[in-house]
Design a protein around this ligand. Structure first.
Ligand code: 13P
Length: 253
């Protein structure tokens, strides 16, 4: 039996004003107030973080950011430092999302620096990896994931890895309505867990949470969560609506 506490996170991407973010966050906090067996996290846009923090304070909803920069401070126009995230109430951060890799030039190397910066500041990174459709069709899925993990996590210790969450998001399943089948996702999650075991040992492999992301909805979360190596979800579109997202969080009911 899996003893890892499920972690279900909402990545709001570039959606919602401050007022809309607060409204959705409050609704969600009320809807999941009785949930103790799942960790629930939302990642609103930067502009809404501080207000959402106030709105969910004392509830079971955890707060995360969608990105981070690794420098403490300086002349880096447009970037947000780890200390700024902490001051806005964030304890989690999504790192290396495929949209950041695709549109903003993130690489395994920048992912590595961002993870280090998050850990140094007590922020838990949710590290995203995943192959594109082309890479899957060419039979390169496992090579790509191997490289993303080995380069992204290069230089980290088991103690560091203990404070990380992984998110497998096949790029072809993001926002497309094309979910990976639970068997496809499980196959990859098991591969990732074995890779983590090789890098950080059995204990960390047994305790690290590996989320699945890509068109997760209330009606497919149940079969994904039934897989032994899927420990939660990173949800985009369906997390924008509090009711729908709560339906995913309550996948057992
Ligand atoms: P969708 O749930 O909209 O497919 O997005 C997934 C995602 O990218 C979460 O980070």
């Amino acid at each position: 039996m899996r003893n890892r506490k499920p972690f279900i996170a909402g990545n709001w991407k570039m959606y919602k004003t401050c007022a809309e973010s607060v409204e959705t966050a409050k609704k969600l906090a009320a809807l999941v107030s009785g949930v103790t067996d799942v960790d629930v996290m939302i990642a609103p846009p930067f502009t809404a973080l501080a207000q959402v923090y106030e709105a969910v304070k004392g509830s079971s909803v955890l707060l995360g950011a969608q990105n981070i920069f690794w420098k403490k401070e300086g002349a880096y126009t447009g970037e947000i430092s780890p200390g700024m995230l902490v001051s806005a109430g964030c304890r989690y951060v999504i790192i290396g999302h495929s949209e950041r890799r695709q549109y903003f030039g993130e690489t395994d190397n920048t992912v590595n620096k961002k993870i280090r910066a998050a850990l140094n500041n007590g922020i838990m990174p949710v590290v995203c990896i995943g192959e594109t459709e082309k890479e899957r069709e060419a039979g390169n899925t496992f090579n790509i994931l191997d490289k993303q993990i080995k380069m992204g996590l290069e230089g980290f210790s088991p103690d560091d890895a203990e404070h990380m969450i992984l998110a497998y998001e096949p790029v072809w399943a993001i926002g497309t309505g094309k979910t990976a089948t639970s068997a496809q996702a499980q196959e990859v999650h098991l591969f990732l867990r074995n890779l983590i075991e090789n890098l950080f040992g059995k204990d960390i492999a047994g305790s690290i949470r590996i989320l699945y992301g890509g068109s997760v909805k209330p009606d497919n979360i149940g079969e994904l969560m039934a897989m032994p190596d899927i420990d939660g979800a990173l949800v985009g579109g369906a997390s924008l609506d509090a009711q729908k997202f709560a339906g995913i969080i309550n996948f057992k009911k």
